[in-house]
Ligand binder design. Structure first.
Ligand code: NAD
Length: 323
């Protein structure tokens, strides 16, 4: 079960000293958010991911109402691998019942997560989708509470996640240096939206590690299309489906191209992809090995970029108005 022979590149995560596999395992599908996944199916996905060199696993108590954390915990335990061979990130503050970034809730939340994950500590604990809370509370109450958890040894590093990129600069401008170790951005570094690039120099100047999630834009850049709950506009959905259909007609795979596009930026320590089958794990690892060996298919990329040009960098609203 050793993952050390893998050709999957490992990249430094900011100043943490962690080296993440450039393809990371997004465990939200293990919470059945993209369709049902059995316990055996979840175990097989995680086993294959680890075998192929994926060492970074991301979850949240929110995914599937705690189901993702439980499924990931069982699957990691079944690996029987030494704890320092895999890196686990989970989140706090977002639950199926709603948002709560209070110090009290965050402090209870980590104990609940550790129990579900069957772990003594997590490598990264991230405040989940902070644009839905008060950013000043995140700065003044939540992050200080996370620092206490760090001192207690329950978490190694502190992260923040969310959709609008301005939330990251707002918080990082207001906390002492080296307080926030990691930023997890999603849906802003894929073929249809590359705005994460704009803030990478700022994040690097702060020594903050960058994780980019949802290279397939939460299913937009797949042949089967996004789930019903996807928040994109009909125009954006239609353009992505047109791009997927174009690739299919040419005998190309839009998901492979999209993941490879995201992997090109080496300032991103890990690209988190949601995977719910062994086949997807294998395809996503192969996307990197093919990229390393032969580079990206530039012609198809330019053609897809041309199809997506009218909707380039189009996003959707997320969160509450900050006062
Ligand atoms: P994604 O862009 O990775 O898309 C996932 C979808 O693509 C799923 O339906 C999956 O089955 C499918 N897929 C994966 N590989 C495929 C392949 N090779 N071919 C065809 N389809 C494929 O979106 P995501 O799952 O939302 O994001 C990845 C992970 O990032 C999440 O699981 C989560 O861990 C993390 N994330 C975090 C936040 C946050 O913190 N706010 C937000 C989004 C995602």
């Amino acid at each position: 079960m050793a993952s050390s022979n893998s050709k999957l590149e490992r990249r430094e995560l900011g100043n943490t000293g962690l080296k993440l596999s450039c393809v990371g395992f997004g465990a939200s599908p293990l919470g059945n958010v993209f369709g049902p996944v059995s316990e055996e199916g979840a175990n097989a996905c995680v086993r294959e991911a680890f075998r192929l060199g994926i060492n970074f696993f991301d979850t949240s108590p929110y995914y599937g109402g705690t189901l993702s954390e439980k499924a990931l915990g069982k699957a990691l335990k079944a690996l029987g691998a030494p704890r320092n061979e895999y890196i686990v990130a989970t989140k706090c503050g977002r639950y199926v019942e709603g948002f709560d970034f209070s110090a009290d809730r965050i402090t209870r939340s980590i104990d609940e997560s550790l129990e579900r994950l069957q772990l003594d500590y997590v490598d990264i604990l991230q405040c989940h989708d902070i644009e839905f809370g008060s950013l000043d509370q995140i700065v003044n109450e939540t992050i200080p509470a996370l620092q206490k958890l760090k001192e207690a040894g329950k978490i190694r590093f502190i992260g923040i996640t969310g959709l609008p990129l301005g939330i990251f600069t707002y918080v990082l401008d207001r906390v002492p240096p080296s307080t926030v170790d990691v930023v997890l951005s999603y849906c802003h570094h894929s073929i249809n939206d590359s705005t994460l690039e704009d803030i990478i120099p700022y994040l690097k100047s702060k020594g903050v590690g960058v994780i980019s999630a949802s290279p397939l834009s939460m299913g937009l850049l797949t042949e089967s299309g996004p789930p019903q709950w996807h928040p994109a506009s009909p125009e954006l959905k239609a353009a992505c489906q047109a791009a997927a259909a174009y690739c299919k007609e040419k005998g190309k795979n839009i998901s492979k191209l999209a993941l490879q596009y995201s992997l090109l930026n080496k300032d991103i320590a890990s690209v988190l992809v949601g995977m719910n089958s062994v086949r997807q794990v294998e395809e996503n690892v192969a996307a990197f090995t093919e990229l390393a060996a032969a580079g990206i298919d530039k012609d198809t990329l330019s053609e897809v970029e041309a199809i997506l040009k009218p909707v380039k960098n189009q996003s959707w609203p997320s969160g509450i108005q900050q006062s």
